[in-house]
Design a protein around this ligand. Structure first.
Ligand SMILES: [Zn+2]
Length: 324
């Protein structure tokens, strides 16, 4: 697969939007530790959440156009049978929980570090860094999930994994592989690999060909991504798949369906546990969020339930509002 212009442009636009939103979050994070972390959080959680939502909205905005453009660029005709509603992915984390709860975890973490003896300033800075890291991960996931919904909404297409360098060894070996639309996108925290909507695996480009990507790196970069021994083994002709265990640490976020009893009702949700932090839930409710509906069933859990049946997946996606 040659470099798709649509994929490169989409990645650049997404990256810009993510950086802008992360900068905004950095500005909103107090530069010095507040006296009372919880009080600070209670005052600022709404504004922070709105910023995260704006970033998510930017991340999902042009995903359906990207899916169309990428297919067109490959001369693939795939009738669109549903209209994706990516705004449904705004205001929820990749594993179906509230943004407020995710933000609260960093503040809780900061307090725990102080309890362990870390100076307040350092703990607060670390929490700010963590927020930026987990939120930029959320932006990438929102974009990926929306792209996935765009793919399932078109007949006969799946996706190829594309690297956005620099990439880790586990992602490199998966680059260029073709996946059925129902295969959850395996990723690790801060993974920036992307879907290329496609019909089959077409090797050729360094972002979709593991060996070419490896060869595009300097020896120092090869050692960093594949370890000294691994890099040497690959240079000596070993197969990348034998050197790297791609299964380790790559998971499908939001892809584990289970039936949970939530307030006496049987709901299908993602398997990740719900974190109910009082401040976060209260803030979520104030913002009109139905905290009972979290953790929410995410698209990748729906694909799992549908077991490869596109009509069934589309029905559930419609029930949960991910498509119109
Ligand atoms: Zn990776």
């Amino acid at each position: 697969m040659a470099v798709l212009q649509s994929a490169a442009e989409f990645d650049e636009a997404q990256r810009k939007a993510s950086v802008a939103a992360i900068e905004e979050i950095a500005k909103q994070w107090a530069s010095t530790p507040p006296k009372d972390f919880d009080a600070w959080f209670a005052r600022n959680v709404d504004r922070l959440t709105r910023t995260v939502e704006a970033g998510q909205a930017a991340a999902v905005r042009n995903t359906d156009r990207y899916v169309s453009d990428a297919l067109e660029e490959q001369n693939i005709r795939a009738p669109r049978v549903a209209e994706p509603n990516p705004s449904r992915l705004v205001g929820v984390t990749a594993d179906g929980r509230t943004i407020e709860g995710l933000l609260a975890q960093s503040v809780i973490g900061a307090r725990a570090r102080i309890a362990e003896g870390m100076p307040a300033y350092q703990a607060w800075q670390a929490a700010g860094l963590e927020v930026r890291r987990v939120i930029s991960n959320e932006f990438a996931d929102a974009g990926r999930t929306a792209t996935g919904v765009g793919i399932v909404s078109r007949l006969g297409v799946g996706y190829v994994r594309m690297l956005v360098p620099p990439s880790c060894a586990r992602c490199v070996v998966l680059a260029g592989r073709y996946y059925h639309w129902s295969s959850g996108f395996r990723r690790h925290p801060n993974c920036n690999c992307k879907h290329i909507p496609s019909r089959e695996d077409r090797a050729g480009d360094k972002t979709t060909d593991p060996k070419k990507y490896f060869e595009s790196l300097t020896e120092a970069e090869q050692r960093r991504a594949f370890t000294v021994a691994g890099a040497q083994a690959i240079r000596d002709g070993a197969d990348l798949n034998q050197v790297v265990n791609a299964r380790r640490g790559l998971t499908v976020i939001g892809g584990r369906a289970q039936r949970t009893e939530v307030y006496g009702q049987q709901l299908l949700t993602t398997r990740e546990g719900a974190t109910r932090r009082s401040v976060a839930s209260a803030a979520a409710r104030r913002r009109g969020r139905n905290t009972r509906a979290t953790p929410r069933l995410m698209p990748e859990a729906i694909y799992e339930i549908a077991k490869g049946n596109r009509a069934e997946a589309l029905k559930l996606l419609r029930d949960y509002g991910y498509i119109l």
